[in-house]
Design a protein around this ligand. Structure first.
Ligand SMILES: [Zn+2]
Length: 293
């Protein structure tokens, strides 16, 4: 008998190339408004690609982007995808005090719900910046009305990571799930296997094997993530960055779109809320209050 294939979660962090944390020392926040924005055209390509593959995804969207491109937010919802929050202006949680973080996630949720007309239940921290030192962030997320976070990367990395965190979905507070970025466990440590720069760096066959391994060996859905700027080979190049940052940002960008198309065909995908919040995803009370607003 055929087994029903496991469904994985496809996620996109909606931000532009100049908002990437690794560029922060080189690109002043005050210059964002004068930069050439590429996110609108890149999002159109992504949404077209998903429509052509009949695939639904979750879009963790910056409030800053939503305010400037409300039509992008409306199309995310109109196309049947899940709208979720990536905070307002891509400030790492590790750089914020508790009150400032609560303000950031409350404000971004309200902006997205206003523009999208859909409840926002999910949050992903910029640069996976929730870890051992700021677990109070979960209390804030609960207080702001979120139902899940996908903010912990259980690996060792120079910019982020919580290597000893649980590798799969777990309840971090009553009513709040953490859905970590997918890793595979080998040689007694965790390896990244779920997108971003690693997906561009590794041969596609290795990425496909790792996701299949998580599905088959762990019996768990994988969480895959990428960014609109990762399919944009023509984005303006940022000057003055280190060779490591340059490599991580630009490696194999020209191959990304074709690899993504292959990935969409090789696995089954869906929105985070439909995979992890069964029967609760519609949040009727919140929807009703939005409908009345
Ligand atoms: Zn981000």
């Amino acid at each position: 008998m055929m087994h029903k294939p496991m469904v994985n979660a496809l996620t996109i962090d909606v931000e532009d190339y100049f908002q990437v944390s690794a560029f922060a020392p080189h690109i002043a926040r005050s210059s964002w408004d004068s930069r050439e924005c590429r996110v609108e055209r890149n999002m159109a390509r992504i949404l077209d690609m998903l429509a052509a593959n009949n695939t639904k995804a979750t879009f963790f969207t910056l409030g800053w982007i939503a305010e400037r491109y409300p039509q992008v937010v409306r199309r995310i919802v109109a196309d049947g995808h899940e709208l979720a929050s990536h905070g307002y202006g891509h400030e790492r949680v590790s750089d914020l005090a508790e009150a400032a973080f609560l303000d950031d996630i409350t404000r971004s949720k309200a902006i997205l719900e206003d523009l999208g007309g859909a409840p926002v239940l999910g949050y992903r921290a910029p640069s996976f910046s929730i870890g051992e030192t700021n677990l109070w962030a979960f209390d804030c997320l609960l207080k702001a009305g979120y139902r899940y976070s996908s903010s912990i990367y259980p690996i060792r990395h120079d910019h982020y990571g919580m290597p000893d965190a649980p590798r799969h979905v777990h309840e971090v507070r009553p009513g709040l799930l953490e859905i970590p970025i997918t890793t595979i466990r080998m040689f007694n440590r965790n390896f990244p296997s779920s997108g971003g720069g690693y997906f561009r760096l590794f041969p596609y066959a290795l990425s496909r094997w790792m996701l299949g391994h998580v599905n088959a060996s762990d019996g768990q859905s994988g969480i895959f993530y990428f960014h609109p700027w990762e399919i944009d080979a023509d984005q303006p190049r940022v000057a003055g960055i280190s060779s490591k940052t340059r490599f991580r940002h630009y490696v194999n960008i020209g191959r990304m779109e074709q690899r993504l198309t292959q990935l969409l065909q090789d696995f089954d995908w869906d929105r985070m809320d439909r995979i992890f919040l069964p029967a609760r995803a519609s949040a009727p009370a919140r929807s009703a209050s939005l409908a009345l607003a």
